[in-house]
Design a protein around this ligand. Structure first.
Ligand SMILES: Nc1ncnc2c1ncn2[C@@H]1O[C@H](COP(=O)(O)OP(=O)(O)OP(=O)(O)O)[C@@H](O)[C@H]1O
Length: 280
C-alpha cells in the first residue's frame, strides 16, 4: 500500500497564481518487488534547479529510484512528492532520458521530438510543435539531420536526439538513467558538456536527477551526490560538490579537492560492499 505521510507543509499546494516550487521530497521510502526489498528508508530532498547525481554500484536500486520518481513504479511505503504533490504516475512535468535512446525507428528525428511535444502540449498547432522540435534539435547540434531516421544516426547523435526530445517537453524535472553509459569516451565527454551547457543556459534551471555508477561523471556534473549502497538499496552518504562552474575537466582532474572527494566516495562504496560480503 502506498503511504503518504504529510509531516511538512512547506511543499503543500501553492496558493492560486503562485509559482510552484519544482523540488523533490522523498521520505522513508521503501520499495519491494513482491517479498524482495529493493529500496529501504530512502530520504532525499532535491531542491529546485539542483543537479543531483545518484551514484552507486550495480544493483543498488538507482534505476528503481529513478523509475519511482518518474512514476513508472509506486512506493511500497513512504512519501514521494514532486512539486509538492504525491507522484501518482508518469507526467509531462518529469522528462526521462534512458541509456538506450528509445526513439521510434519509423519516424524521422524531428517527428520523434515533435511527437513528444504533442503529448506534452496537445493543443499546440502542428507547425508550432515542429518549430519547437527543430529549435531543440538545433540546440543539441542536430539541426541538419532532423529529416533523417534514427538508424541513420550514430549512437551519440541518437542520444542527442533523445535529449532534445526531453528538452522539448519543457518540463521542470529532467530524470536521466545512465544516459551516456553506452557512448564512447569522446562522445560521452561531448554530451556531458552539452548537458551542462543546456542546463545552465535554461531559466529557470531544471531540477535534474542523474543516475550513474561513474564517480568522475558525478563529480564533474552534479551539485550534490547521493551515494547508494546495495541489498537493499539505500543512501549511504551524501556529498555536496563544491567545485565552481563552469568546470573544466582537465583542471578538475588536477585538483587535490577532487581527488579527496573521489577517494572518500570510493571508500564509502568499498566499505559497504565489504560489509555485505562479510555478512553473506
Ligand atoms: N522487475 C524486477 N523484478 C525483480 N527484481 C528486480 C526487477 N528490476 C530490478 N530488480 C532488482 O532490483 C535491484 C535494483 O535494480 P536497479 O536496476 O534499480 O539497480 P541499479 O543500481 O540501477 O543497477 P545498474 O547500475 O546495474 O542498472 C536489483 O537487485 C535488481 O535485480
Amino acid at each position: 500500500m502506498t503511504e503518504h505521510r504529510r509531516t511538512d507543509t512547506r511543499h503543500a499546494e501553492a496558493p492560486a497564481g503562485q509559482a510552484r516550487e519544482h523540488s523533490l521530497r522523498i521520505e522513508r521510502l521503501n520499495f519491494a518487488y513482491g517479498d524482495t526489498p529493493i529500496l529501504r528508508g530512502i530520504d532525499l530532498h532535491v531542491r529546485e534547479g539542483e543537479f543531483l547525481a545518484l551514484l552507486g554500484p550495480s544493483g543498488s536500486g538507482k534505476s528503481t529510484l529513478l523509475r519511482l520518481i518518474a512514476g513508472l513504479e509506486s512506493p511500497t511505503a513512504g512519501r514521494l512528492d514532486a512539486s509538492g504533490r504525491p507522484v501518482s504516475g508518469p507526467g509531462t512535468d518529469r522528462a526521462v532520458v534512458f541509456q538506450h535512446y528509445a526513439l521510434f525507428p519509423w519516424m524521422t528525428v524531428v517527428d520523434n521530438v515533435a511527437e513528444a511535444v504533442a503529448k506534452a502540449h496537445p493543443r499546440l498547432p502542428r507547425s508550432e510543435r515542429r518549430a519547437r522540435a527543430l529549435k531543440q534539435l538545433e540546440r543539441v547540434g542536430l539541426g541538419e539531420v532532423g529529416g533523417n531516421h534514427p538508424f541513420e544516426l550514430s549512437g551519440g547523435m541518437q542520444q542527442r536526439a533523445a535529449i532534445a526530445r526531453a528538452l522539448a517537453l519543457e518540463s521542470p524535472f529532467l530524470l536521466m538513467d545512465e544516459p551516456f553509459g553506452a557512448l564512447d569516451p569522446i562522445n560521452r565527454a561531448k554530451l556531458q558538456d552539452l548537458l551542462i551547457e543546456v542546463w545552465q543556459g535554461s531559466t529557470p534551471r531544471r531540477t535534474v536527477v542523474f543516475v550513474t555508477h561513474d564517480v568522475d561523471e558525478a563529480l564533474l556534473l552534479a551539485d550534490r551526490i547521493a551515494v547508494m549502497g546495495a541489498t537493499p538499496g539505500r543512501i549511504i552518504a551524501e556529498h555536496s560538490v563544491p567545485f565552481a562552474r563552469p568546470r573544466q575537466r582537465a583542471a578538475l582532474f588536477k585538483d587535490a579537492g577532487f581527488h579527496r572527494l573521489r577517494e572518500e566516495i570510493a571508500e564509502a562504496l568499498d566499505a559497504d560492499t565489504l560489509a555485505h560480503l562479510e555478512a553473506a
